[in-house]
Design a protein around this ligand. Sequence first.
Ligand code: HEC
Length: 189
Amino acid sequence: MKLNGSVLVLSLFTIAFCGKQKPETNPQKPLSLTIADSITIIAQKTLGGTLMKQIADGGAMVALDFCNHQAIPITDSVANFYQVNIQRIAEKNRNPKNGFSSELDKEVWESYLTGKETGMVKKIDPNGNTIFYKPIRIGMETCLNCHGDANQIKPDVLTKLTELYPNDKATGFKMNDLRGLWKITNLKP
Ligand code: HEC
């Protein structure tokens, strides 16, 4: 099981960094908590690594374009490989597609807000699908370039954000705030 896990994580790294492999059949259903956790780490590293590079190379405006066009496709590419759905959802969402869509989403979010839960949790939804959630925090100052107070966001970036996301709720965050949730859905076979 342990070995199996490392092999799968390694495969995920390959797809995350070399891209364009054909999705394979999920070799391990139902998904374990450990593997679900690894999936969020890979997705986070893939998104976060590219984001940091984009900011270093071209600044927040270039990185913003990347987030706008690539955030969902990148998480989807990891999801395809694993044959699960991966979402980043938030109550204060920027992209309305990333809002909460069920009572379970809201319940789990509450449990992180109140501190009842802190790590990844596994739930079964009313349709029998397995869902894993994990909190996403504002873990780096970099996040504040686009999710901080209005005075922490460069004026051109703020203008572009308002243009792309007229109902943007994802500003005003501080370091270590809960920003949203990873949601991994493993559909009932
Ligand atoms: C360069 C600007 C930029 C930076 C820096 C940035 N984000 Fe975002 N973030 C965005 C954009 C744009 C979206 C909407 C993406 C989309 O349309 O799918 C987004 C969406 C999200 C979402 C999905 C929920 C939602 O609101 O739509 C989460 C969670 C999130 N960001 C967390 C973070 C964290 C944590 C950091 C720091 C590691 C970070 N972001 C850094 C621009 C940024």
